[in-house]
Write a protein that binds this ligand. Structure first.
Ligand code: PLP
Ligand code: COI
Length: 361
């Protein structure tokens, strides 16, 4: 694998400080983008080449570009946080880089070296540092690395050319309601991923497939859809863009990875953070019936969803065919909020980084 160097072509017309500050005052999620992006090409026989930091702007694609037809695409999501001393750090970028490689293998795409992925993210954050929101709040700079097949042609085969891009977007709360419990529709007939499919890859197709189920959740009056496994239709997998955790008093449980669940970096980190806080944390299968029964008998005290964009979001009401229940009193639970604060404190540089997760720039 070749490791390209990234050439700088900084923007000639970045936004003014005042324009940027106005956006940072209320960034929303994924609505505004910073002044630059990093692009790196891959060509069969040549490997990775032409790494560049360029002004943020449109990509020009031939209408017959492979990705537009057969969706050979993968992406990542990670955040850069402002620390109390004004410096900036990203959270576990190497873990995102490795997952990006795993997604690339699944989609028959070339693997970007971990160090190039991290260097590309670093360079963009360093250049657009003014876009990293101030320390203290929940805001951060969300990085979106992605790769598309750019070969022109309609043959169905792994492409011979690819483009890797990193863009960045200042991010506030993913759910506009802030830390308010979300309601969940546990779909009995829509599935997100099947055994042997692409569920454990971060590829656009999985999100396209989730949109109808998400619309059905909304029609049921719910915020999010929860997917059950595709074989027995009873084992809880995950939400469209988040993993799930179940709190049994001092024990927290997340569904065991099956190949059809995305291996979340927040999920993985929380297994450790929970242990640090004195919880027992385990990966086990949880069925939708167990979820309902254990809530009714009071042993399952809280449920929360977790992911980079959504951090930790409590689950309030759960609805499925023929049943509906509420976790606890419908308010964010104590364990959920404790884990949330502990993780955010590490990410924002307020607590000791004993796992070596923060990558300070
Ligand atoms: N599951 C899905 C389907 C996702 O899209 C995400 C978001 O990236 C997650 C889980 C959580 O993963 P992470 O914690 O790495 O953001
Ligand atoms: C993330 O949490 O990074 C995600 O990718 C979830 C969603 C925005 C797709």
């Amino acid at each position: 694998m070749t490791t390209p160097t990234i050439e700088l072509k900084p923007s000639s017309s970045p936004l003014s400080d005042a324009e940027r500050e106005a956006i940072l005052a209320n960034p929303g999620f994924g609505r505004h983008f910073t002044d630059h992006m990093v692009t790196i090409k891959w060509t069969e026989g040549r490997g990775w080449h032409d790494g560049q930091l360029v002004p943020y702007g449109p990509l020009s694609l031939d209408p017959a570009t492979n990705v537009l037809h057969y969706a050979q695409e993968i992406f990542e999501g990670l955040k850069a946080y402002r620390r109390p001393d004004g410096t900036v750090a990203t959270f576990r970028p190497d873990a995102n880089a490795r997952r990006f490689q795993a997604s690339a293998r699944r989609l028959a795409m070339p693997e970007l070296p971990v160090e190039t992925f991290v260097e590309a993210c670093d360079l963009l954050v360093q250049h657009d540092k003014g876009w990293v929101p101030a320390h203290g709040g929940e805001e951060s700079l969300y990085l979106r690395p992605f790769m598309i097949a750019t070969e022109v042609g309609l043959g169905v085969k792994p492409a011979s050319e690819y483009l890797f891009v990193v863009i960045a977007s200042p991010a506030g709360a993913y759910f506009p309601g802030g830390v308010k419990p979300v309601s969940i529709w546990a779909s009995q007939d829509r599935v997100r991923a099947v055994p042997g499919g692409m569920g454990d890859a971060k590829t656009g197709g999985n999100y396209a497939a989730s949109l109808l189920a998400q619309a059905e959740a909304a029609a049921q009056g719910c915020d999010q859809v929860c997917y059950l496994d595709a074989v027995d239709h009873k084992w809880v997998e995950e939400l469209g863009g988040m993993n799930l955790y179940f709190v049994y008093g001092n024990k927290i449980v997340t569904p065991k990875l099956t190949g059809s669940i995305l291996e979340g970096i927040t999920r993985d980190s929380l297994l450790e953070v929970a242990r640090d806080l004195g919880f027992e944390s385990v990966e086990e299968r949880v069925s939708i019936d167990q979820w309902r029964e254990d809530t009714a008998n009071g042993t399952l005290t809280e449920v929360f969803a977790c992911g980079t964009a959504a951090v930790i979001t409590p689950v309030g009401t759960v609805k499925t065919d023929g049943a509906e229940w509420t976790q606890g009193d419908g308010e964010p639970g104590a364990a959920t909020m404790k884990l949330r604060e502990a993780l955010l404190d590490i990410q924002r540089g307020k607590a000791e980084d004993k796992h070596g997760w923060m990558h300070v720039l």
